[in-house]
Design a protein. Structure first.
Length: 96
C-alpha cells in the first residue's frame, strides 16, 4: 500500500529534476560570493562615513565646524549642505 503511493509521487516528478538542481548550484554559490563582496564594500563605506561623522562631531565640540580642518578656511555653505560631515575645503579634500 505505502509503496504504491511512493511510486505515484515519483511519476509526477520530471525526469530532469536532478539536472536542474545541479545547474543551479554554481550560480547560487557565485551569488553568495558576490553578496559577501558587496557587504565588505558597504561595511568599508559605513566605517568611512562613521569616521567622517565622528570628525564633524569633534569639529562641532571644538567650535571649528564649517571650517577646513587643514587650513581653517570657511567651507562653502552649499557644499556643507550637500555633505554635512565634510571637514575639509576643496583644496584639501582627498581625491576619490
Ligand atoms: Zn583647506
Amino acid at each position: 500500500m505505502g509503496h504504491d503511493i511512493e511510486v505515484d509521487i515519483a511519476a509526477f516528478l520530471p525526469d530532469d529534476v536532478e539536472v536542474v538542481t545541479d545547474d543551479r548550484t554554481e550560480p547560487v554559490e557565485d551569488a553568495i560570493a558576490d553578496d559577501d563582496a558587496i557587504d565588505l564594500e558597504l561595511l568599508g563605506q559605513l566605517e568611512a562615513d562613521l569616521d567622517s561623522v565622528d570628525q564633524a562631531l569633534k569639529a562641532i565640540d571644538g567650535g571649528t565646524y564649517g571650517m577646513c580642518a587643514a587650513c581653517g578656511t570657511d567651507l562653502d555653505p552649499a557644499s556643507l549642505q550637500a555633505d554635512p560631515v565634510r571637514t575639509l575645503c576643496e583644496a584639501h579634500l582627498p581625491v576619490r
